[in-house]
Design a binder for this molecule. Sequence first.
Ligand SMILES: [Zn+2]
Length: 306
Amino acid sequence: MQENSYKKSARAPWIAVICTVLLIALCVFAIFYQRYFNSAEAQGAAAITVHFIDVGQGDATLIICDGEAMLIDAGSTSASDAVTSYIRRQGVNSFKYVIATHPDEDHIGSMDDVLSKWNCETFIASPTENDTYSYAQILEVCEKKSLAITPPVLGETYSLGRATFTVIGPGEITPDTSINDSSVAVLLKCGTCSWLFAGDAGSAEEEFMLSSGADLNCDVYKVSHHGSSSSSGEEFLSAMSPAYAVISCGRDNDYDHPHDVTLRRLKACGATVLRTDEEGTIICYSDGSAIWWNTEPELRFQFSEK
Ligand SMILES: [Zn+2]
């Protein structure tokens, strides 16, 4: 009898350990299943997905609509693995369009990699050139693959599945035009939903777009120049009247992007702000009439109170 009760008490801790391990495994499985189910369900109802890829300081946006893919910018050279592996994970076989908004390293650093790994039907790039290694690498890949560089033509509209996008910038490029103000800007539409991308366009290009009479109204604004104070002027914001504003920037970046004054202007125009430095990669889903996200949009403002 004594031996038996000894055995029972020795077994009890093991049973408790096994139960705990099983319970933890069940919880982990439930969390992963829910995440997978939620993302699959979100993707399933969407006609278009817009992925603001977390590339640290820089821009790279992947857009997929009805199986057709488009990339606006490709992040800096150091983001190459992050960008190419992300694109691969989304099952992209080739690009219908790739846009290089302007030839700054944080937008085109990894573009040579993307263009050499994936075929691209139409490669649209700013007419402004740059005397950098990254830019030379792009020219080399284009030559190797006989890929023509299509200049942006104002008002030109392209189709991506059921979606369309229209070139709304840059305006006329003069010797005084800055690289940022030569950014290719497009308004993407799917059903009644729209997104505006303008690279790092500053006040001069914003003024041009306002005066051009182009439709600037959008639901989602990819905040130009990573939230710099030199972009996203009040007039431009009120013409767009965006419900959401996505800022692509690196955590603790050297430029203090996004600037407080820009965050204040975005708040004043009523936009909900999402930031890749806080959320990681941000995915926007739409069925052409509604928009939803992979993350809970929150109004986040980190003012340095003065
Ligand atoms: Zn930039």
